[in-house]
Ligand binder design. Structure first.
Ligand SMILES: [Zn+2]
Length: 213
């Protein structure tokens, strides 16, 4: 659900606390980047709004610096395309709520979600869930939706999925556009989710920043 900022911005204590801890509003720095926080609403795997009033994509300044570079790459190579952010800084309490809500066997949950006991790089404001939107503002075809739990979403399987036709050449190429822009800017990829990018390792995030409670 999208509400105008004047209705929510003033009273969201979580958002204020996150901004006060040094996290920054991505759209304030990069207004052309689109944001649709999936966990701030019910259009997510949990079917629950786990973010409440938080509706902004917030991240550490180092993430913004890299994202600005990635965006410049994207605009240079594909004018008219922009980024669409599904998730950015995530509180530890939201991490727990998602962990409890994910409908997977206990032994498989960690493939798609960091165990809250260990912590996610999202919990330090150093990770982004992101895709590319076309000129119409809609996400381009990446072969799966965000938060698709299966090997079709896993970069480690892409070569095989392309060969077998489960992933089309276009879908594969679209993922490569996203990945090349993000990697060129210094983001790290994961082998299990095409949409997830880290600005640094979990150990570096833990050493550099306080976890978002
Ligand atoms: Zn993620």
């Amino acid at each position: 659900m999208f509400l105008p900022n004047f209705l929510i911005g003033q009273n969201c204590q979580l958002e204020e606390a996150m901004l006060n801890s040094g996290l920054q509003d991505i759209q304030k720095s990069l207004p052309k980047v689109l944001v649709e926080l999936r966990y701030s609403g019910t259009n997510n795997f949990a079917g629950q709004d786990v973010y409440g009033c938080l509706s902004k994509a917030l991240a550490r300044p180092e993430v913004l610096t890299k994202l600005r570079i990635a965006f410049q790459f994207l605009q240079k190579k594909h004018p008219g395309f922009t980024f669409l952010i599904y998730d950015a800084a995530r509180s530890s309490s939201a991490q727990k709520a998602l962990w409890n809500a994910i409908k997977l066997p206990e032994s498989k949950k960690h493939i798609y979600l960091a165990n809250p006991k260990r912590g996610s790089i999202h919990n330090y404001g150093c990770a982004l869930d992101i895709t590319i939107a076309g000129p119409d503002g809609k996400a381009i075809d990446m072969g799966t939706e965000f938060d698709y739990f299966g090997e079709l979403a896993q970069p480690r399987c892409e070569g095989r999925l392309l060969k077998s036709g489960k992933l089309s050449q276009k879908q594969f190429d679209n993922r490569m556009i996203l990945r090349s822009c993000m990697e060129s800017a210094g983001f790290l990829t994961t082998s299990s989710e095409w949409w997830h990018f880290n600005s640094c390792s979990l150990s570096k995030a833990k050493a550099s920043y306080k976890v978002i409670p």
